[in-house]
Design a protein around this ligand. Structure first.
Ligand code: SF4
Length: 326
C-alpha cells in the first residue's frame, strides 16, 4: 500500500478551516493508503508558548483527530516527539540542505515577520524537520494545502540531494492537494487561524460558534438587507460549499444575488448544516476526553509502530553515512 504522512500542530482547538482543509481529506485516504498522521509538537516549539499547556494541547489535538474518524485500527496516529528519529533525521537532512533554499521559503519569511523578536533556527529549519517527518517513513504522498506545496517540493529536493550523495534511500514525495474550498477567518480576509484569533473551533460551545458565525464578515458591499450580494466574494458562501449539499448552492446563490435572502438567514442555514456534520464528532470528542487511557493507548501504539519503521530507515541512513555502529 502506498504510504501517506501528514501532520498537524498541537493547537488543541482545531477549527473548521483545519477540518475542511485537512482532516476530512485525511479520513478519506484511509482505505486507499497506509496512513501516518502526527501531532507535530516539535514544530510548535519554534514559537513562544506556555510549557504547562503543551502536553494538554497535544492530547486535545489527538482527541480531535480520533473523533474525526482517524481510526487507530486503520492508520497510525502519534505524537512527533514520541518518535525521536524525526529529529535525528532532520539533523542529517540539515547537512544536505542549502541554507539559501530554506531562507526563500514563504512560510519562513511570513513567520519571521510575525515573530520578529524570536527568529530562531527552529523557525528556519521547520521545513527540514518536515522533510524528515515525511521521509523517515519513506512516505510517497503528503496531503497538504496549497501553502505547504513549497515545503513538499523542498522535501523532494532534500531526498534527491541525500540520495545523490549517499545512495538511494528515499522516495521523492508528492503532494496530494486538497480540493476543499479555502475557508477564510471570520474577518473574511486572512486564512482561518488560531494565532490570528479569527477562527471557529469545532469543539467550542455551540452558542460561541454561532456568535462567531453570526458576526462574521460577508460580502462587504452588501450593506443593507435590500442590497444584492455577490456569493463569489463571500466567505460564508465558501463555507456553504464546504458544508451544504450541492443542490442548495444555486438556490443560495440566487437568493443572495436577488437579495431575497438575508445574510443572517443564510448563516442560519449554514450553521444548521455545519452542526449536523460536526455534532457526532463533538460527541465522540467528549467521550474521548473522558477516556484518557484509550487515547494514550492509541498514541502509544501509533508511536510504537512508527518507531519500528523509523528505526529501520535510520539504520540504513547511518550505514549510508558511514557512521561507526554502536
Ligand atoms: Fe454571503 Fe449569504 Fe449574505 Fe450572500 S446572503 S452575502 S452568500 S452571507
Amino acid at each position: 500500500m502506498k504510504r501517506v504522512f501528514s501532520g498537524i500542530q498541537p493547537t488543541g482547538d482545531i477549527h473548521i478551516g483545519n477540518y475542511v482543509g485537512a482532516l476530512r481529506q485525511w479520513v478519506s485516504l484511509l482505505d486507499e493508503y497506509d496512513c501516518i498522521y502526527s501531532v507535530v509538537d516539535y514544530h510548535a516549539v519554534t514559537v513562544e508558548y506556555e510549557t504547562s499547556e503543551m502536553g494538554q494541547r497535544s492530547l486535545d489535538t489527538a482527541i480531535i483527530l480520533l473523533a474525526c474518524g482517524l481510526n487507530p485500527e486503520k492508520c497510525h496516529v502519534m505524537v512527533q516527539s514520541h518518535v525521536p528519529e524525526h529529529t535525528e533525521l532532520a539533523w542529517v537532512f540539515n547537512c544536505v540542505t542549502p541554507v539559501g533554499e530554506v531562507e526563500r521559503m514563504t512560510q519562513f519569511k511570513d513567520k519571521s515577520k510575525q515573530h520578529r523578536s524570536n527568529i530562531n533556527m527552529g523557525l528556519m529549519d521547520y521545513p527540514v524537520l518536515q522533510a524528515a517527518d515525511i521521509l523517515v517513513y519513506r512516505a510517497g504522498f503528503v496531503p497538504v494545502g496549497e501553502d505547504q506545496v513549497q515545503h513538499v517540493e523542498l522535501s523532494r529536493e532534500i531526498a534527491r540531494k541525500f540520495n545523490g550523495r549517499f545512495g538511494q534511500i528515499f522516495p521523492e514525495p508528492e503532494a496530494i492537494l486538497s480540493c476543499a474550498p479555502k475557508i477564510l477567518g471570520t474577518e473574511g480576509r486572512s486564512k482561518m487561524s488560531k494565532t490570528l484569533g479569527n477562527y471557529i473551533g469545532i469543539l467550542e460551545e455551540e452558542s460561541e460558534m454561532w456568535d462567531k458565525l453570526r458576526t462574521a464578515v460577508t460580502d462587504v458591499n452588501r450593506v443593507r438587507r435590500s442590497d444584492p450580494g455577490d456569493p463569489e466574494v463571500c466567505n460564508i458562501f465558501t463555507m456553504h460549499r464546504a458544508f451544504s449539499p450541492e443542490e442548495a448552492h444555486s438556490e443560495l446563490d440566487k437568493g443572495c444575488r436577488t437579495a431575497s435572502i438575508g445574510c443572517i438567514d443564510c448563516k442560519r442555514i449554514l450553521f444548521k448544516q455545519m452542526m449536523a456534520e460536526l455534532t457526532p464528532i463533538r460527541e465522540k470528542a467528549l467521550l474521548l476526553k473522558n477516556d484518557r487511557a484509550y487515547v494514550m493507548d492509541a498514541l502509544k501504539q501509533g508511536a510504537k509502530a512508527c518507531r519500528a519503521m523509523a528505526a529501520e530507515t535510520m539504520e540504513e541512513v547511518r550505514t549510508a553515512l558511514g557512521l561507526l555502529k554502536a
